[in-house]
Design a protein around this ligand. Structure first.
Ligand SMILES: NC(=O)c1ccc[n+]([C@@H]2O[C@H](COP(=O)([O-])OP(=O)(O)OC[C@H]3O[C@@H](n4cnc5c(N)ncnc54)[C@H](O)[C@@H]3O)[C@@H](O)[C@H]2O)c1
Ligand SMILES: [Zn+2]
Length: 668
């Protein structure tokens, strides 16, 4: 049969589009269309191929598992291919799947195990005599990358199994939604490109070449697959799950064995409703024929097993009109484009605005003012503009160019590092930057001065009353009154009292309030605990910083650079002169038997829960840490210890039972 020219062209166009999206997704971890749109393209492509088999070549995307092997890691052959899954979004196709299964097995009923489809990155883990020896990505399905060092930093992955067996298991590594949101906001603040979703964030993290950086991002895992299950006398997927749990893996508890396809659909509906409750992102369910014997009979294609299917959830996306793209200047001068659209209801909240992150984001997706756009919640939380609906364009839409000058002060703009995507206002006295800095200074986790809302701060900046954050402590009645309208006696008094009270806040609040790039609340707390007063912090050297648990080279450099600035020195002096606490309070209470010691816990303690124990350690002057690192001094071991114990042993860290610990460091 002769294939019409236009079909051939269409096929080629789809093919190159899919290849481009694969590249962006698997290699750059930066897709520009949603999974649902991708799946639609892919389906259209596969159907075309089915209809015109002559079109198909051996390098067709349908003949390959999506991934690509990247450089920088050792390549490892998989013991058996690591496949993808066929997928569908609708009930009709799930019924087709069921019919196919029954037909191929010549059965009239079959048992399925329904599991949640965790939106992470798949991994193969190899254990020899109970010890983790290798962790491998899926890669192209035949060859994966050796990411053992990175995987070893993930607390839920045992370094040692509870049984002395050799086994290969597979499962999913994922990033919790909260961590995803945290990392993205940190990246946006640093001027780096953001991750599209938790899965891309996980993929990007696992492919970092520095496992110390990996350890800082709180990845977790669920295992769901045992290679050569017959070696462990396992007959079904359900038994495999129990086995995985028994030998020490984290498995997802929300699975269900069902007897018919209606129950599969029910399970899918239930979790489509309940997915918001989960701390991790799921993009559907995976339906697996439970019996391994039946799985073997069904076999697989080059891409995916015939005994399983991903039954995906529609991502909740809504269309709305993008009214305007506003430019915001942040405290570090980063100019962020923000989309303002006609308000819509999305997953239970009204949304009307979303960050467009940076100008590359706008350009890559070709988002224009006046466009109809699709909005989705990334990680189920943060509204995100996916892209324009180009068919709806009228020609009136406006292309937004990166600004040539600061939208607020008119100052020069530019990038401070070529690796950054962000464009910044370079004017050090840009009033908008100052306003953001003040807002951060008075915020709840910083100096907590509630009377100073954004409106009044803006008036103060506009009137020239405050030129830096320290000026807040030099306000007096007369100055505040000079703002004029709406400022009554009560307001003046309130503001002055609150400012006065804030002089006694804890040191960590002051550190957080200073607006040091890359230093958030958690780091501010670590720094305060370690240095006890601001002078120690200011005089510290690079080596002093990197010794501290949780502080890497990036943060160390950012802090050093920050305090070396003349303006900052001036501000610090002004704060001190005004009587703001720079550490006296902390010095008084930081004495204790655990002074300076980093304590970690594994297993359950009989005396207290983890949070209580952390507080106890801190009340005794110690530092509580979630993970064992080389900086840990003591590991306290309770009931059912996890992999931290092995790690501590391998680092030669002091290990104490609960009793030993409290005998030595207890109340008396
Ligand atoms: N947006 C884009 O540009 C773009 C580009 C390429 C691919 N994609 C997306 O990626 C998908 C293809 O990726 P894929 O090959 O990893 O397939 P997939 O993610 O659709 O499904 C297969 C994967 O599901 C995972 N999984 C999670 N929970 C599981 C469980 N309980 N049991 C078994 N497996 C489980 C496994 O890692 C497995 O590899 C596409 O369908 C598309 O949605 C998107
Ligand atoms: Zn400016």
């Amino acid at each position: 049969m002769d294939i019409p020219k236009n079909i051939k062209e269409h096929y080629e166009k789809l093919k190159s589009e899919i290849e481009e999206h694969n590249y962006r997704y698997y290699v750059l971890a930066d897709p520009i269309i949603s999974d649902q749109e991708y799946d639609k393209l892919f389906k259209e492509f596969a159907e075309l191929e089915k209809k015109y088999p002559e079109l198909k070549t051996s390098d067709s995307p349908t003949q390959r598992i999506g991934g690509i092997v990247v450089e920088g890691f050792n390549k490892v052959n998989h013991s058996i291919p690591m496949l993808s899954l066929d997928n569908t979004y609708n009930e009709e196709e799930i019924l087709d799947f069921h019919k196919r299964v029954l037909k191929n097995l010549s059965l009239n009923r079959v048992e399925y195990l329904c599991e949640l489809k965790i939106d992470g990155v798949s991994v193969a883990l190899r254990y020899t005599d109970g010890l983790l020896t290798q962790a491998i990505t899926r890669g192209d399905g035949t060859i994966g990358e050796d990411i053992t060092q990175n995987v070893k930093t993930i607390p839920s992955i045992p370094l040692k199994l509870r049984k002395n067996i050799s086994v290969e298991v597979r499962g999913e590594i994922y990033m919790p939604k909260k961590e995803f949101v945290r990392i993205n906001s940190e990246r946006e603040e640093k001027g780096l490109p953001i991750f599209a979703n938790p899965r891309n964030a996980t993929a990007g993290t696992l492919k970092l070449l520095d496992s110390k950086e990996v350890a800082k991002r709180k990845l977790s895992s669920f295992m769901y697959y045992v290679i050569f299950p017959q070696n462990y006398n396992l007959q079904t997927q359900e038994e495999a799950m129990n086995f995985l749990k028994e030998v020490g893996f984290r498995i997802n508890p929300n699975y269900k064995k069902v007897e018919d396809i209606e129950q599969v659909i029910e399970f899918w509906k239930e979790w489509n409703r309940r997915r918001k409750e989960l701390e991790y992102e799921v993009d559907g369910i995976v339906v697996k024929v439970n019996s391994f014997e039946l799985q073997r009979i069904l076999g697989e294609t080059t891409r995916s097993p015939r005994w399983a299917i991903a039954f995906k959830f529609e991502a909740e996306q809504k269309e709305t009109k993008l009214k305007a793209i506003k430019l915001q200047v942040g405290s570090t001068g980063i100019i962020t484009p923000v989309a303002e659209f006609v308000p819509i209801q999305l997953e239970g909240t009204t949304v009307k605005r979303a960050s467009l992150h940076n100008f590359d984001y706008i350009e890559e997706r070709d988002i224009r003012e006046g466009d109809y756009v699709l909005i989705e919640k990334a990680g189920g939380i943060i509204p995100q503009v996916i892209g324009p609906i180009k068919e709806k364009r009228t020609g009136e839409e406006k292309i937004i160019q990166p600004p040539e000058k600061c939208p607020v002060c008119g100052g020069k703009v530019g990038k401070i590092k070529s690796s950054e995507v962000a464009i910044r206002c370079l004017n050090p006295s840009c009033p908008e930057k100052l306003l953001r800095m003040l807002e951060n200074f008075v915020s709840r986790n910083a100096m907590n001065i509630q009377g100073l809302g954004p409106k009044i701060l803006k008036r103060m900046v506009d009137a020239g009353l405050v030129k830096d954050i320290a000026d807040l402590y030099y306000l007096d009645e007369q100055k505040i009154r000079s703002l004029g309208e709406g400022i009554g006696d009560k307001t003046v008094e309130n503001i002055l009292t609150q400012i006065e009270q804030s002089k006694n806040r804890e040191l960590y609040r002051l550190i957080n309030a200073l607006g040091i790039p890359n230093v958030g609340l958690k780091t501010a707390k670590d720094l305060a605990k370690h240095f006890k007063n601001l002078d120690n912090l200011i005089n510290a050297k690079f080596d002093d910083f990197v010794k501290i648990e949780g502080i890497g080279e990036d943060i160390a450099n950012a802090i050093l650079k920050f305090f070396s600035q003349e303006e900052v020195k001036k501000i610090v002096k002004k704060l001190k002169d005004a009587g703001v606490n720079t550490g006296k309070k902390e010095e008084e209470k930081s004495e204790g038997p655990l002074k300076g010691l980093v304590i970690c816990q594994t297993g359950a303690l009989s005396k207290m829960a983890r949070q209580e124990f952390a507080e106890y350690v801190e009340s005794k002057g110690g530092i509580f840490s979630e993970n064992v690192t080389k900086k840990t001094n003591i590991l306290v071991v309770g009931e059912n210890p996890g992999s931290k114990l092995d790690k501590a042993q391998s680092y030669g860290i002091t290990i104490m039972s609960e009793e030993e610990f409290f005998d030595e460091y207890g109340e008396s």
